[in-house]
Design a protein around this ligand. Structure first.
Ligand SMILES: [Ca+2]
Ligand SMILES: [Ca+2]
Length: 378
């Protein structure tokens, strides 16, 4: 009896939703499957991650890390953060939890700093500690890896972090610092995806070490790598802000050369052409690229249940495009799926404990730095 009622209801709902979908398509093309709630306001936020208890760590560009509780809106600054050089594109950048966080309370984060030779991006870790009076800090903060070399300028640091699915390795992105050629320089970590041990030392067995590359290098020929994420099958996906008309999604494989600045489907912003990828130039071509640019920021592999239609998708924020972008994966291939206008530069996309999508607006160019929560439209 119960089953029958459910079936009848199911049919009725299915009929309704077809009608609704058709009328909505006629009236409002591109209608979105989510509703957006404004949760909080931050000062140029850059990245976020959720703690197991549902609170979140959120980084702000100028160097503050904030412990935020979505249940009551409480914000507590996290103490002991290092000095950040946040000029230009510099920032306190990514923040991720150790996969064993429940046991070891370890937090990894990245930031730009001044040092010998100029500036560069660094990776650090510390132990989360909240005392009974609420005071919150990272204990034993240690910088465990620094890009090499440090150079002048304030651009293309990258600085995104991802753990391998087995929890044994840290993948860390170093941008080419708007210097172009370092992306092809074997000795520089600039313009590279790196694979590190959890103490920041280069992982043994990296694919190019025997060829004279810096021992941390996993792949090379990248520009400004602003997102990195593993999918459910252990593939490593990366997005990078390319030259004009050359923003990319890449499937990262060990030892491969992704071409920059020798090959790109875009061209230099000063108008100088760059040969397009052609499949037989020795460079790994992107799986998806955008022209005109979307200016991607952040990369999330969606694994939640709240939006079942989004299974096996990548999400990117769009800066210049002021959008949220979905890319559908299918094995080793990827294709553009959705691009929703968000009326603000989107810097970060994160998945919440219940499968909701959380976005951080950038603080620049009129955007307000808000934290947004996306849940299914009613
Ligand atoms: Ca994040
Ligand atoms: Ca080109």
């Amino acid at each position: 009896m119960r089953t029958m009622v459910a079936t009848v209801f199911g049919l009725a709902l299915a009929a309704c939703s077809v009608d609704d979908a058709e009328s909505q398509n006629a009236a409002a093309p591109g209608d979105r499957p989510f509703k957006t709630s404004v949760i909080a306001d931050f000062d140029s936020p850059w990245a976020m991650t959720f703690l197991p208890d549902g609170r979140a760590l959120i980084t702000e560009k100028a160097g503050e890390m904030i412990l935020f509780d979505p249940k009551n809106g409480t914000k507590i600054p996290v103490g002991n953060m290092p000095k950040v050089d946040s000029a230009g594109q510099g920032a306190l950048m990514d923040v991720v939890l150790d996969p064993q966080f429940a046991q070891n309370k370890t937090v990894y984060f990245s930031f730009s700093e001044s040092g010998p030779g100029g500036k560069g991006v660094a990776l650090a870790k510390g132990v989360f500690n909240q005392t009974s009076n609420g005071e919150t800090k990272l204990d034993g903060v240690t910088t465990i890896f620094r890009a090499t070399p440090y150079v002048d300028g304030n651009g293309h640091y990258s600085g995104r972090i991802a753990f391998s699915p087995d929890g044994q390795y840290l993948f860390f992105t170093n941008g080419e610092r708007q210097k172009f050629d370092p992306a092809q320089d074997p000795k520089a970590t600039l313009g590279k995806v790196l694979r590190l041990n959890l103490d920041g030392t280069p992982a043994a067995g990296n694919p190019l070490a025997a060829k004279g590359f810096h021992p941390a290098v996993w792949s090379y020929g990248h520009r400004n790598l602003l997102g990195i994420a593993f999918d459910k099958d252990g593939r490593l996906w990366e997005q990078e802000m390319g030259p004009k008309g050359g923003d990319e999604i890449n499937l990262i494989k060990p030892g491969l050369n992704y071409g920059y600045p020798k090959a790109s489907n875009g061209d230099h912003y000063d108008g100088k052409p760059i040969p397009d990828h052609n499949g037989h130039d020795g460079f790994e071509a992107p799986k998806v690229w955008w022209n005109p640019a979307i200016s991607p920021a952040g990369l999330l592999y969606y694994s939640g249940d709240l939006f079942p239609q989004w299974k096996d998708s990548l999400f990117l924020g769009g800066l210049s495009s002021q959008s949220l972008v979905r890319v559908k994966l299918n094995g080793d291939t990827a294709s553009k799926a959705d691009q929703w206008d968000m009326d603000a530069r989107i810097r970060e996309v994160e998945q919440g404990p219940d499968g909701a999508l959380w976005l951080l607006e950038d603080g620049g160019r009129g955007s307000q730095g808000r934290l947004l929560k996306l849940t299914p439209a009613g």
